[in-house]
Design a protein around this ligand. Structure first.
Ligand SMILES: Nc1ncnc2c1ncn2[C@@H]1O[C@H](COP(=O)(O)OP(=O)(O)O)[C@@H](O)[C@H]1O
Ligand SMILES: [Mg+2]
Length: 405
């Protein structure tokens, strides 16, 4: 490409600012170059994208988290996590660049504000202390699986420029009596020694011990150890616990966390934004993405990511261009893999078995989808789409009248 070296410098400078939107444009440029067969320049941009990620996430932040909020030695690549004494399995994973290779989480405005408030509180701990207010040091993320809880915890740590000691509690629960409590104590000792964010993922795994009567004594010991360790850590560092089943948590454990953030299923605008991001490289028209987000229905970010990846793979394998029609056909073959129940009579089923009704519904869902976009997706004339839309509306009216009668 002409003037590529100048473009390369522009990209490097822009990427270093860490603005996600800029990064996205560079990724698009890279994808376009690949499409145009300019493999060499595309590879240069890929290398830039990869380098700048690690540079940014390892570079000291302008607003360093105060050394009084998070104490301890620096974690380096030479430090090894503690292991379970019986099995030698590490009790945690150390992530020096916690957001490397991770996408940015996409949340609705309320959640974004909640996350922003946490970061701001932790970044401004000194100012808070000067005002006589102790900053909080712990947070519990809870909500259904696949909604981005782990991702949010890793991103928070990266925003604060802190490494992560990431413990999956299910891996810590040992079948050897007495070992689980010891593992927990060792894990906290380790985390307290270093400047880090301690992430306790799959936190509800402990509660499962309640199902086994032989484990009850052990569970009591474990919960006590956990409470003592959480209290002892309260003035040492940041702790984020994550659970899919908040109902299973011991209330005393729940109360130990100063913030409780529910990360629920994404709403329709958030799902739309997710699909825009996950399918970004395909450069689909927005009406196609809106239609897909309607088809996919209320699903988690993780499900949408799986769907988007499968769609991209399917197009790549069939060698088709990402035309609206090709997307519709690929989606039809992929939907059953999203785990649609026979009883699910929602948009996904209509999309598969009753196109006229689906089209009527999606046009009346206030997404602002144009009829000509649907005509392309469903390979029919716009007048047919218009007729189906009219028939849907009059069927609805009849249904309402029958219900009223
Ligand atoms: N809110 C979200 N924003 C962006 N990606 C998401 C979101 N939620 C889930 N994902 C995708 O799903 C994957 C799994 O999410 P994860 O954080 O492990 O969910 P959880 O911990 O809530 O079960 C993520 O790596 C990401 O690709
Ligand atoms: Mg998780």
């Amino acid at each position: 490409m002409e003037h590529f070296s100048a473009i390369q410098s522009l990209c490097r400078i822009g990427l270093e600012n860490g603005d996600g939107r800029f990064r996205k444009q560079v990724e698009r440029l890279r994808d376009r170059l690949t499409k145009a067969g300019d493999e060499r320049d595309a590879a240069t941009l890929s290398a830039l994208l990869a380098n700048v990620t690690s540079d940014v996430s390892l570079a000291p932040s302008n607003v360093e988290v105060s050394r009084s909020l998070v104490v301890g030695d620096e974690l380096t690549g030479n430090v090894h996590p503690p292991v379970d004494r019986e099995t030698s399995v590490p009790l945690a994973e150390i992530l020096l660049a916690p957001s490397a290779g991770q996408p940015s989480p996409i949340f609705d405005e309320t959640l974004q504000l909640a996350m922003g408030a946490l970061v701001s509180e932790w970044q401004n701990a000194e100012a808070l202390k000067a005002l006589g207010v102790e900053p909080s040091r712990s947070c519990l993320f809870y909500g259904p699986p696949g909604t981005g809880k782990t991702l949010a915890a890793l991103t928070l740590a990266a925003k604060l420029n802190l490494p992560v000691v990431n413990a999956r509690i299910d891996g810590l629960v040992s079948s050897f009596l007495g070992t689980t409590a010891r593992n927990i104590a060792n894990l906290f000792d380790f985390a307290n020694r270093y400047r880090c964010v301690l992430i306790l993922d799959e936190f509800d795994a402990l509660a499962k011990m309640r199902d086994d009567p032989h484990e009850l004594g052990e569970l009591k010991r474990v919960v006590n150890t956990l409470l003592q360790n959480l209290d002892a850590r309260a003035n040492k560092g940041l702790t984020i616990a994550i659970t899919n089943h908040e109902g299973l948590l011991d209330p005393a454990v729940w109360r130990r966390f100063q913030n409780h953030v529910r990360i629920g299923q994404p709403d329709l605008p958030t799902r739309l934004e997710m699909l825009r991001t996950f399918l970004g490289s395909l450069e689909l028209g927005d009406d196609v993405i809106k239609t897909l987000s309607y088809v996919a229905g209320p699903r988690s970010g993780s499900d949408l990511k799986t769907f988007a990846d499968a769609l991209r793979r399917s197009l790549a394998l069939s060698g088709s261009e990402a035309t609206p029609r090709a997307i519709t056909l690929a989606t039809k073959t992929l939907l059953p893999r999203l785990g649609i129940e026979d009883s699910d009579m929602g948009p996904a089923r209509l999309f598969l078995v009753n196109e006229p009704k689906f089209i009527g519904e999606v046009l009346h869902a206030d997404l602002g989808i144009r009829q000509d976009s649907l005509a392309q997706m469903f390979d029919c004339s716009q007048s047919k789409i218009s007729r189906w839309s009219g028939e849907w509306a009059s069927d609805e009216k009849t249904a309402v009248r029958t219900a009223d009668a």
